[in-house]
Design a protein around this ligand. Sequence first.
Ligand SMILES: Nc1nc2c(ncn2[C@@H]2O[C@H](COP(=O)(O)OP(=O)(O)O)[C@@H](O)[C@H]2O)c(=O)[nH]1
Ligand SMILES: [Mg+2]
Length: 304
Amino acid sequence: MGLFNRFTEGLAKTRESFREDMNLLLNRGPEVDDEFWDGLEEALIMSDMGGYSASTIVDKLRNEAVRKGYRNAYDVLDALNEQVAEEFVEGSQGFLDEPCIVLFVGVNGSGKTTTTGKIAKQAKDAGRTVVLGCADTFRAAAIEQLEVWAERAEVEICARERGSDPASVCYETIERGEQVGADLVLIDTAGRLHTSADLMRELEKVVSVVRKRANLPVKLVLVIDATTGQNGLQQAREFNDALDLDGVVITKLDGTAKGGIAVAVAHYLKLPIVKLGVGEGLEDLKDFDALEYAASLVGDFGRE
Ligand SMILES: Nc1nc2c(ncn2[C@@H]2O[C@H](COP(=O)(O)OP(=O)(O)O)[C@@H](O)[C@H]2O)c(=O)[nH]1
Ligand SMILES: [Mg+2]
C-alpha cells in the first residue's frame, strides 16, 4: 500500500464516523438551520478535534455561509475542508531542512524512538549527515532499540551504558556531530509521564545542557500518540508549558478514529506538525499537508 493510501486508510475510521454522523443529519434534508450547525459541531467534536476548535470552525463557516450565500448543507460541507485546514499553523514544511539538533520528547510509548529512527532514515537517504543520540538511559532495551534503528538507517549513534547521565550523552552526541560535520543531530529521550514533576525537571536539565552546548539551532519536538485522543492534548499542553516546544509529530495515525487530535493540538498550542507516523516500519513516515489532512479527516460529501 502506498504511503498516501496508508494515511487515508488510517484516517478512514475518523472520516467514516464523521460521515455517518453527517449523513444522519443530512437525512432530515439539506436545510442550513440551527439543528444543522449543532449537529456539525457535535460531529467535529466526536472526531477528537476538541470543543474549542470545533466551535471555531463552525463559527467561521456560519459567517462564510452568510457572506457567500450558501444555499444548503452541501455548500457548507464543501467549504469545511478549507476551514479545518486553516486551523493548522505554518512551519511544517521545511521544519527539519536547515541543519539543526532535534530533541524528541513525550510520554512512554508515544513513538519517540521509532520516529527518531524513521527521520534518520529519511534524512540519510536525502544525503544528509546524521548522528543519533540515545538520551534514554533508563532501560537497556531502549538503547538497543535505537541502535537497531541506527543500523537500519545506516547512521552513526552515540550511546552509553544504562544508568548514564542523559545530559552527558547529549553533550557527547553534539560533540560527535560537530566532529563529523553532521547537519542533523537527532536525540531520543526517555519517556516522561507528564504528571511526574521529577522526571520533567530532569528533562528540563537535559534541554538546558543541549541549548548551552549546541552549535546548531535546537528544536524540541513532542511526539504524540494519536490514539490517546484528548489525553494527548493534555500531555501536549503540559510539555509545552514546561519546555516551550517547537513542533509536534503525531504517530499511530494508521487505524485510529481520533485523527482530529492534530487539529486540537494545532489550535491550542499553535505548533506546526513536523511529521506524521503511519505505521511501525522504516518508511511509515509522512510529511504533513494541511489540506490533505483536512480532506482525509472529513472527506467530501456527494450530492447523490
Ligand atoms: N501503528 C503504529 N505504531 C507505531 C507508530 N509509531 C510507533 N509505533 C509503535 O509504538 C510502540 C512504541 O514506540 P516507541 O518508539 O518505542 O515509543 P517511545 O517509548 O516513545 O520511544 C512500538 O511498538 C512502535 O512500533 C506508528 O506510527 N504507527
Ligand atoms: Mg523510546
